[in-house]
Structure formats: structure tokens, C-alpha cells
Write a protein that binds this ligand. Structure first.
Ligand SMILES: [Zn+2]
Ligand SMILES: [Zn+2]
Length: 616
């Protein structure tokens, strides 16, 4: 009796393995599937197959082989892109409406197929497949990666079809991270273009009308400043020049012919001021408009003239034009509308607020920003944003604006807008990765449940330390969200409103608890980087605190406090500049040297000290 039970159990187990085997990619310590590419596969499909192979290996220790479809392949097959067997799993009719970046990921019998509307869909389908197996990439580099250890890779049900919520998703600057999180600023020249904006997203004037070509042959293209045609690298163009629009369009044409499929060809002025003072340019301006509309009319006239010229050869080419600083608003003149091919990129800069969402009615600067969006919607059909999810003048402090991004991106979708670019650096990624991660997910799917996404993040990223680290991130977010101060950054002025001593003590408490709970080395290393970021914030903000107390003090005490603030600032600068490894991914040494951000703050402290009667 005992024997027959054992035999029955064995038979059952053999049967169940057989029945389950079509969805199994790795099992019993060996590969049970092959990654299949067409012999004509493009660079991205090949990279995708290698990435799947590498991630499966990290999960199981097993290498799943890659083969081309010109040979017979036994067992289960993972068809990466179009192969001779793909149509049987995903017929052409099922691929309609995928656009450039949508994908279908489907299992039928022993085959799993990944197809995209364009080459990127295949890479995104692979990221979906790996996510379903539990993999995540929260920030670039090995510490940002969460790859579960698995005995078996098995996919029973699989029939997914997705298309992105926004065409423009320029978040992140690490190709591997971007591909896995489905953003589309791809820099590897060997890969096909994803979402291409040429010759850059902003301040492209110098690349279209470079001084190296035109300053001698066409000095009249550049701004007249104090009666002379400027040779300064930051001067603007002479917008009224009658030959200039055709020349810009001709240069754009060269770029477009060399780079077919370019999504946006971009024109925006240099940063800073130095606007043309010639009589004809002045005639284009509107009197009695506020500072942020001062040069809007002359800009819009130039944009429209270039668009008209460009449309002669490229009738459907969208042209990205900037709205920023003294040309943020569309012109007041109701007769001037944007050319049908214009797409405007609105800069969400200093005058507005990132502490609160754009549609927060209690945030005065953002009520104005909403009016700005509404004004542009009357002028152009296509609108996107230049965001500051990393803010240079926040001096590498944590910038906890997940709550803002989580509200803004679905709001932008509701308004029918087309996406965003954000400033970004890996130099302080440990302080800001969560903002970029959430933005990437929402740009792909604006209906993403951000609370669920964050819950998952805390558990996957911090494991046993999830609870105190959730409290850490939430304390930071809430401090900014509940702030009645409206700020777009500006650490020397605003950082103390966030990082006060009470919050810093609270954060320290959470980190201490997290350290005692963390068990594995990877989690410990993550908490160590976050602790470093918190230490940095404490030291930097203490400089501003001492400075402010000094300013409110008199006599000897004033001198002593300025001296102390300066000493602390110099010590922090020395530490950041000499210990690059210690601050890797936390603080960028560049802002501490020369005339940059923090170096300027140090100079100010020196002047304050001198004025107070100190000896600096
Ligand atoms: Zn001019
Ligand atoms: Zn605000």
C-alpha cells in the first residue's frame, strides 16, 4: 500500500511537471527555454535578448541560451522581436495601434513572444516580463537593482498589451535604467532613436546658428548691444533679420535629412539676457507687459517665421520652441497664434512652485502656472514641460517632491499634454532617485497607483528595514507638501524651512532603526548612502542656520557666528572636494568650486564676516 502511494505521487508529479512545462523558462537547475532572435535582429533586439539572459542568470544562476531562428529549436522559446515563429503567437492584426513604442507580450503554448510597434516596444516588453518576475531598477547601478533569487522561472498566464501615456518621457540619462523604466532619452548612438529631439531640448540657438560659422559672415544675425553686433556667446539673435528664419530652417533641414524620424526639431534662445536692441526688433515687442512676457512677441514671430520656412520641405515636422524667463507667456497680441507645427516646451522654473502640485488651488504661484498652461493651449496644439525634478540651486539636498510629481503627471495627461524633460544628474541620485522613478512610471502609465508603487518600493528596496525607511521618505515628503512656503529650490533661502533640527532628528531616528533591522549587505549599503545624504543635508543646512542667526545678532557674537558658519562651510567644501568616494551619488563637487553655487555662498559669508568686523 505504501509503495503504491509513492508510485502514484511520483506519476502525479511527473504529469504536473509536463503539464506546467510550457511556461517554464528555467527549472530543475537548467534552462528549459531558448531566447530566439531573427538573423536580421537590430541592435536593440540583440541588447534586449542579452539583458533577459543576464537577468535570468542573476535570478537563477542558469544561462538561458540565445539562438537565431534559422535553426530548429527544441523546448520553450522566448521570441525577442520578429522571428519566423512570432506571427503564430501575435498575428499582425493584434499589433494595430501600438504606435512607435507600444508592445504586446504573450505566451501561447511553449512560445513567449515580445513584439513592439517600433524597436523600443521589444525592450519595454522585456522589462514588463522581468517586472512580472519581481525585478526592479530603482536607480542606475547595482545597488539600485532588485533581482529576486528564484529556483524556477515560470510564466503561466501572459497576455499583455501596453502603449505609453505620453510620447515624450525624457527622464534619466542612463540607457539601461531608461530602457527598463521605459523612458526615452537614449544616448547610445548604436541604438535606434527612441524619442528624438534635435539638436537638443533647450537653448539650441547656438547649435543652429553657431558663432564659429556666422559671426564673420553674418554678424547681423546676432543681437545689437550698445550699438554693436555682439560677439558674446550668450547674446540672442536679431529676430527681425529678414534672412535669419530661412537660414535657421535650412540648418534644421540639414539635421532632419541626416536624422530621419526626428520627433522634434528644437529652437530656443541662449540662457541669460543680451536681447537685440535694434529698432526693428524693438518694434516687434509689446509695451506694458510684465517681465515674463517682455520678449514673447518677438520670439513668437521668429518661431512662426522659421516654422513657415521649414514646412516648405517638411510639412508635418513638429518644431519645439521654448517658453522661459522673459518670454514665458505667449504674446498678449490676440492676432498672433502659433504655427500649426509648433510644440511649446514650458519651463517650470523659479517663478513657480515645485513644493506643491500644479493644480493645488492653495498654491498661488502654481495657480499662475495653470493660467500659463491655459494661455499656451490657446496658442499651440502641442505642449510639454521642462521640469526641475533635480534642481541645481537646491545644492544636492534631498528634493522630496514625489507628492508633486504624483499629482502633476496625471493632471498633465488630463489636459492632453505631451510629456516632459527633467534636469537630472547621477551625482546626487541617492537623494532624488525616487522622484525620477515615480515620474518614469507615471509617464509610461499615468494611472499607476503611486501609493501601491511606493509600498512595493519600501518592501523590495529596504526589505526588513522597510518600515523605518518608509517613515523616513514620508517625513521628508510631508515636510515639503505641508509647507506653506512656495519654493522651486533655492537652498540658501529655503532649505531651512525643510531641514529644521526637528526633522533632522526624526530622520536620524528612522535611519538608526533601519540600520539595526537591515540584514543583507545590499540593503545596508543603500541605507549607508541615504545616511550620507542626510549627514550632508545636516551640515549644509547648519551653515545657513548659523548664517541666519549671525545676521540677527550684534557685536562680538555676530563675528563669532559668521566665523563659525564660514569655518563649517569651508570644512564641508574640503570634505566634498577631497573625498569624492564618500560623496559618490550624494553631492556633486562641481558646485563647491570656482564661481559655482556653493562657492558663491562661501564668498558671501566672507564678505559678511568682514563687514561684521571679523578678519576675513
Ligand atoms: Zn534686432
Ligand atoms: Zn506652492
Amino acid at each position: 500500500m505504501k509503495t503504491s502511494i509513492t508510485v502514484a505521487w511520483l506519476m502525479l508529479s511527473v504529469c504536473s511537471v509536463k503539464a506546467a512545462s510550457p511556461g517554464v523558462l528555467v527549472g530543475d537547475g537548467r534552462a528549459q527555454a531558448t531566447l530566439v532572435l531573427s538573423g536580421k535582429a537590430d541592435a536593440l533586439a540583440k541588447r534586449t535578448a542579452t539583458d533577459l539572459q543576464e537577468t535570468f542568470r542573476k535570478m537563477t544562476g542558469v544561462t538561458v541560451p540565445i539562438q537565431t531562428d534559422d535553426q530548429q529549436i527544441a523546448g520553450n522559446r522566448i521570441l525577442v522581436g520578429q522571428t519566423q515563429w512570432t506571427d503564430a503567437v501575435i498575428p499582425q492584426a493584434d499589433r494595430k495601434g501600438l504606435g512607435k513604442e507600444g508592445f504586446v507580450l504573450r505566451r501561447r503554448g511553449g512560445d513567449i513572444a515580445l513584439v513592439g510597434g517600433g524597436p523600443y516596444g521589444v525592450a519595454y516588453a522585456a522589462s514588463e516580463l522581468l517586472e512580472r518576475l519581481g525585478a526592479r531598477w530603482y536607480l542606475p547601478g547595482p545597488l539600485g537593482e532588485v533581482i529576486p533569487k528564484l529556483e524556477e522561472i515560470r510564466l503561466d498566464q501572459l497576455d499583455v498589451r501596453q502603449t505609453p501615456s505620453f510620447p515624450m518621457r525624457w527622464v534619466g540619462k542612463d540607457d539601461a535604467w531608461n530602457l527598463r523604466n521605459r523612458t526615452n532619452l537614449i544616448s547610445d548612438p548604436s541604438l535606434p532613436p527612441a524619442y528624438r529631439i534635435l539638436p537638443g531640448v533647450y537653448h539650441t540657438q547656438a547649435r543652429l546658428i553657431p558663432r564659429s560659422i556666422y559671426v564673420k559672415t553674418h554678424p547681423e544675425f546676432y543681437a545689437l548691444i550698445n550699438g554693436k553686433r555682439s560677439r558674446d556667446s550668450s547674446c540672442k539673435l536679431c529676430n527681425s533679420n529678414p534672412q535669419l528664419p530661412a537660414e535657421i530652417a535650412r540648418r534644421m533641414g540639414e539635421i532632419l535629412r541626416e536624422n530621419p524620424g526626428t520627433d522634434l526639431i528644437s529652437l530656443s534662445p541662449t540662457d541669460g539676457q543680451m536681447w537685440c536692441e535694434c529698432e526693428e526688433c524693438r518694434k516687434l515687442d509689446e509695451p506694458d507687459v510684465p517681465r515674463d512676457q517682455r520678449y514673447s512677441r518677438r520670439q513668437m514671430i521668429l518661431y512662426n517665421r522659421v516654422a513657415t520656412e521649414l514646412a516648405k520641405e517638411f510639412p508635418d515636422q513638429l518644431m519645439l520652441v521654448g517658453a522661459y524667463n522673459v518670454y514665458t507667456w505667449p504674446p498678449k497680441d490676440p492676432k498672433i497664434k502659433g504655427h500649426r507645427n509648433l510644440a511649446v516646451v514650458i519651463c517650470h522654473y523659479e517663478d513657480y512652485c515645485l513644493a506643491h502640485p500644479v493644480n493645488d488651488p492653495t498654491c498661488k504661484p502654481n495657480r499662475r502656472y495653470s493660467e500659463l498652461i491655459a494661455a499656451w493651449r490657446k496658442h499651440t496644439q502641442h505642449i510639454c514641460f521642462y521640469e526641475y525634478y533635480y534642481k541645481v540651486n537646491w545644492l544636492d539636498l534631498p528634493w522630496p517632491i514625489v507628492h508633486t510629481v504624483a499629482a502633476d503627471i496625471p493632471h498633465f495627461k488630463k489636459l492632453g499634454l505631451e510629456g516632459l524633460y527633467t534636469q537630472y544628474t547621477t551625482a546626487n541620485i541617492w537623494s532624488n532617485f525616487l522622484v525620477h522613478y515615480v515620474a518614469a512610471r507615471l509617464l509610461w502609465d499615468h494611472t499607476t497607483d503611486v501609493s501601491a508603487l511606493l509600498e512595493e518600493f519600501y518592501k523590495k528596496f529596504y526589505v526588513r528595514a522597510a518600515e523605518p525607511m518608509k517613515a523616513y521618505h514620508e517625513a521628508l515628503e510631508q515636510k515639503v507638501a505641508k509647507s506653506r512656503k512656495h519654493f522651486p529650490g533655492g537652498a540658501p533661502r529655503n532649505a531651512r524651512a525643510v531641514f529644521n533640527r526637528k526633522l533632522l532628528a526624526e530622520l536620524r531616528g528612522y535611519l538608526e532603526r533601519a540600520r539595526t533591522l537591515a540584514a543583507d549587505e545590499q540593503v545596508k549599503a543603500r541605507i549607508e548612502r541615504i545616511t550620507r545624504s542626510t549627514d550632508y543635508a545636516e551640515r549644509l543646512v547648519d551653515v545657513f542656520r548659523l548664517r541666519d542667526v549671525a545676521r540677527a545678532s550684534k557685536g562680538r557674537q555676530r563675528v563669532t557666528l559668521f566665523r563659525k558658519a564660514l569655518d563649517q562651510a569651508l570644512a564641508l567644501r574640503k570634505d566634498v572636494l577631497t573625498n569624492r568616494k564618500k560623496y559618490a551619488g550624494v553631492a556633486d563637487g562641481r558646485y563647491f568650486s570656482g564661481r559655482r553655487m556653493f562657492a558663491r555662498e562661501i564668498d558671501k559669508l566672507k564678505r559678511d564676516l568682514k563687514k561684521a568686523g571679523g578678519d576675513e
